[in-house]
Design a protein around this ligand. Structure first.
Ligand SMILES: [Zn+2]
Ligand SMILES: [Zn+2]
Length: 67
């Protein structure tokens, strides 16, 4: 399973998170400030705050071009 690094928009804490392949994860618990962070735009917390977007909604061709 792919992993991404999410930076908390409230406290700036960065943590490794597994990116779910089947679902869009629209919230996560920050270990820094202990708050539940909700995605506000796009599709999930990885797309909003992560270092890489999730798989869903992304065409493989676009990903290959980037990499
Ligand atoms: Zn936080
Ligand atoms: Zn997403």
């Amino acid at each position: 399973m792919a992993k991404g690094i999410i930076s908390c928009p409230k406290c700036g804490h960065a943590q490794d998170m597994e990116i779910p392949e089947a679902i869009c994860q629209f919230s996560y618990l920050c270990f820094g400030c202990k708050e539940t962070i909700l995605s506000e735009t796009k599709c999930c917390v990885f797309c909003d705050y992560g270092d890489k977007p999730c798989h869903s909604g992304k065409k493989e061709a676009e990903v290959m071009i980037v990499e």
